[in-house]
Design a protein around this ligand. Structure first.
Ligand SMILES: CC(=O)N[C@H]1[C@@H](OP(=O)(O)OP(=O)(O)OC[C@H]2O[C@@H](n3ccc(=O)[nH]c3=O)[C@H](O)[C@@H]2O)O[C@H](CO)[C@@H](O)[C@@H]1O
Ligand SMILES: C=C(OP(=O)(O)O)C(=O)O
Length: 434
């Protein structure tokens, strides 16, 4: 277990070039398996989830060269092999399940391990994925420790309408449809920026996708995908995180941001805490109105200020903990509503160790009563990337030494995170603990 020691209370100042979005990089890496041609990816971040997928590709005989200094990854799935009786896919990461379409298309068989849940955010079902595989013609059987998917021949196109807009289910549908026989349509498709980036990559490989960025995707299967080059965009999670770190510590952090058009709702959410986001010349920065975080009072009498997270174009649910951290610090009360997960809010007890007042109303809702005096503390993060970051944010805002135990999940998504925060002025270090 890796812990973070944070000496807080120093305003963060400086510039950050964000890395690529883990949730775009991973489906794209999985997508490379559908092509037998050389592919070059630029801007690949040094994160543990990427290393796990690269390791599995090498075990399966694919050629992979990766240089994390330049961010260039070359992959060629030419002499790739797969044996469902012996080969295993990576566990403890959700994206593992997106290797299934490539394996089914190439080897007519794939396995899914039982633990592909990723962050412990509550129920993370695999049924929508299984349903997609079945609709494309797969036979799915339960094994003692996972699932076995087999297909008799080419995947068969189909029309499907999912229960809800699921990010990885949408990506799995596109992966299956790209080489399927015929034209497939998905209704209630997810459209997050990372889903769009993944679709753009698939189009670069030659996939025929209509409706990119909408809730209706139409994909016409082709015989084979090409190779090519793809450069990753900046991660909006990381942009928001550094803007919020600037705001919570009373500093001035400027973050490179080539896609401010994705930000209007994110900007409005910052404004609820008295933080104005300025996008200028490809950079974004946060300015705190009156120099102090303060919750904006609604015009409607006797209601709480509120932040709701749901599938895009709502505020992305992975950003909610970052705003909870601002809620703890800002004077006033805010209700946070996680409309996606039923187990992502149970860390109020850790916040209270800092002296924060946060109340868990039910599995989906939390209220922060912010602006209370805070003191450094030793807290424990659940296995949730963005909660470890939120706890770190609170710690960075409080003068003194705090410890975030079990902060390891941060390494799943954010390369050189601690080095970046150090460069901005906060003393912070990793310590291996038990
Ligand atoms: C690798 C990757 O890309 N992971 C992201 C992806 O996970 P992932 O694709 O697993 O998330 P889903 O969109 O499938 O949602 C996860 C769970 O939330 C519940 N659910 C979701 C939406 C809904 O309208 N109703 C509902 O009940 C379901 O139990 C579902 O299993 O999208 C999530 C939601 O943006 C993010 O938190 C994850 O970081
Ligand atoms: C929840 C996340 O990832 P995963 O779905 O891989 O657990 C995340 O990126 O915040």
């Amino acid at each position: 277990m890796s812990n973070l020691i944070v000496h807080g209370g120093t305003p963060l100042n400086g510039r950050i070039i964000p890395s690529a979005n883990k949730n775009a990089v991973l489906p794209i890496l999985c997508g490379t398996l559908l092509s037998a041609e050389p592919i070059r990816l630029r801007g690949v971040p040094e994160i543990t989830d990427v290393k796990k997928i690269v390791e599995v590709f090498r075990k399966l005989g694919s050629e992979v060269e990766i240089d994390f200094k330049t961010g260039i990854l070359d992959v060629h799935h030419k002499n790739t092999h797969f044996d469902p009786a012996a080969d295993r896919l990576p566990e403890e990461m959700r994206s593992s399940i997106m290797l299934v379409p490539g394996l089914m298309a190439r080897f007519r068989a794939a396995r899914v391990e039982d633990d592909v849940k990723g962050c412990t955010l509550g129920a993370r079902e695999i049924d929508p994925h299984v349903e997609v595989f079945q609709r494309f013609g797969a036979d799915v059987q339960r094994l003692p420790d996972g699932l076995l998917c087999t297909v008799p021949g080419k995947l068969q196109a189909n029309d499907h309408w999912t229960d809800y807009a699921s990010v990885t289910t949408t990506e799995n549908f596109v992966l299956c449809a790209a080489l399927a026989e015929g034209t497939s349509t998905l209704m209630n498709a997810a459209s997050e920026p990372h889903v769009q980036e993944f679709c753009q990559f698939m189009v670069m490989l030659g996939a025929q996708i209509e409706g990119l960025g909408t809730s209706r995707l139409k994909i016409t299967g082709i015989d084979a995908l090409k190779g090519g080059e793809f450069s990753f965009a900046e991660d909006f999670h990381e942009i928001v995180t550094f803007l919020a770190l600037g705001a919570i510590t009373g500093g001035d952090v400027r973050v490179k941001n080539s896609q401010p058009e994705q930000f209007p709702l994110i900007d409005r959410t910052f404004a609820k805490f008295g933080v104005q986001i300025i996008h200028e010349d490809g950079w974004s920065r946060s300015v705190t109105e009156g120099g102090k975080l303060k919750v904006k009072e609604p015009f409607t009498r006797n209601i709480l200020q509120k932040v709701e997270a749901a599938p895009w174009p709502y505020l992305p649910v992975d950003l909610l903990p970052i705003f909870v951290a601002l809620g703890v610090k800002a004077e006033g009360s805010v209700m946070f509503w996680n409309k996606v997960y039923d187990g992502a809010m149970g860390w109020t007890s850790e916040l209270s160790k800092f002296g924060a007042h946060a109340f868990l109303s039910d599995p989906h809702r939390m209220v922060t009563f912010g602006g209370k005096p805070l003191a450094p503390a030793e807290v424990e993060s659940p296995y949730i990337i963005r909660v470890a970051i939120a706890l770190l944010m609170v710690a960075a805002s409080i003068p003194g030494r705090s410890v975030i135990r079990n902060a390891t999940p941060i390494r799943r998504a954010h390369p050189h995170f601690v080095e970046n925060i150090s460069r901005l002025g906060t003393r912070i270090e990793w310590v291996e603990g038990d």
